[in-house]
Ligand binder design. Structure first.
Ligand code: DN4
Length: 305
């Protein structure tokens, strides 16, 4: 007969063995239960602690499908509009645009944040082909769409990508804020969008050469507004060593009394600023080519007969 407490074959003490096994099993089970409870608690806590909602601003939120639009515009531009840029990497360009403002307070985005995007695009406009504008967006783009050798900022890849879009991120999230973005005049003067346009406008002006043009709206009492981006950024960043003449086309809405806006006081202000920079100023009232374009839309008007 086997001795009590000894296994008949191995000779080990079977009583202590089963007690140790039970203790081990108990400890193991307890650890598993505690781990499960902790995991459930952490998971539950995580569900309760959603990321804080993005900051609320007064302007429209990021344009829906922002990334898709930018990518699509980029391919359209390099494939069809300006195939000379076909070696640009649209995926990298779209990514650099997004990274400039994502995960950041939209009132603290800097020009430096857009530097990688600008570097990737790297486009130059030939001398004599730069066209600025102020308060004449639709007409100037109708004109450059026909005169394909002329470029407004929105006819360059950088401006083309961003034209009419809104965008902003949020410091507490890696997502775009589709609900609201800062308004330039009410939330912060230097929003992600505003910094972009000021930078793009400055660079566009700095790079201009030869004779440059500007289309101004003569139907306004002040066709030249010193506070506009043209008046406060572009004019001041023309390089007199590169630009010899600024030609202004002052247009009037068809059917409105056509006055000689080139002698108006705001255009005289522009003339003084430009002349002080040692740049020649030339002004054309109701430039004929642009009149023809206006008449396409208003063929019945007696001035178009
Ligand atoms: P404008 O006709 O007074 O302004 C044209 C549009 O651009 C308006 O919707 C402006 O918004 C908006 N805008 C102008 N400056 C900024 C800025 N810094 N940040 C955000 N939006 C802006 O003419 P302008 O002389 O002020 O601007 C036109 C000139 O600047 C052109 O020669 C372009 O090269 C360049 N630019 C173009 C654009 C664009 O295509 C934007 C900015 C600058 P709001 O004033 O009605 O709020 O959108």
């Amino acid at each position: 007969m086997a001795q009590r407490g000894f296994h008949p074959v191995s000779g080990e003490r079977s009583g202590r063995c089963s007690r140790n096994a039970r203790i081990g099993l108990c400890v193991g089970l307890s650890v598993a239960v505690i781990a499960t409870v902790v995991a459930v608690l952490v998971w539950h806590q995580g569900r309760l602690q959603k990321p804080p909602p993005p900051q609320k601003w007064k302007g429209r939120g990021t344009t829906s499908n922002f990334s898709h639009i930018v990518l699509g515009r980029c391919y359209t531009y390099i494939q069809f509009l300006r195939p000379e840029l076909r070696n640009r990497d649209c995926r990298k360009i779209e990514e650099a645009f997004r990274n400039a403002f994502l995960s950041k307070n939209p009132c603290q985005v800097t020009e430096q944040d857009y530097a990688p995007l600008i570097k990737l695009i790297n486009q130059t406009v030939d001398c004599n082909k730069t066209v600025f504008w102020s308060r004449s967006k639709e007409l100037v783009h109708q004109y450059t769409r026909l005169q394909k050798t002329l470029f407004t900022l929105e006819d360059t890849l950088l401006g083309y990508l961003a034209d009419d879009l809104d965008w902003c991120g949020d410091a507490g999230s890696s997502e775009m804020n589709y609900d609201s973005c800062p308004l330039r005049r009410e939330d912060c003067p230097a929003s992600a969008v505003s910094v972009f346009w000021t930078l793009a406008s400055r660079k566009f002006a700095e790079d201009a050469c030869g004779m440059v043009h500007v289309m101004l709206n003569g139907s306004l009492s002040t066709p030249f507004n010193i506070n506009s981006t043209f008046g406060s950024v572009e004019i001041l960043n023309l390089q007199p060593k590169r630009v010899h003449t600024l030609q202004a086309w002052v247009t009037h809405n068809i059917g409105e009394i056509s006055r000689d806006s080139c002698t108006s006081s705001s255009i005289n202000d522009l003339r003084s600023i430009v002349n002080n920079m040692n740049i020649t100023f030339v002004c054309q009232n109701n430039y004929r080519s642009i009149n023809f374009l206006q008449c396409v839309k208003n063929p019945e008007h007696f001035l178009c007969g």
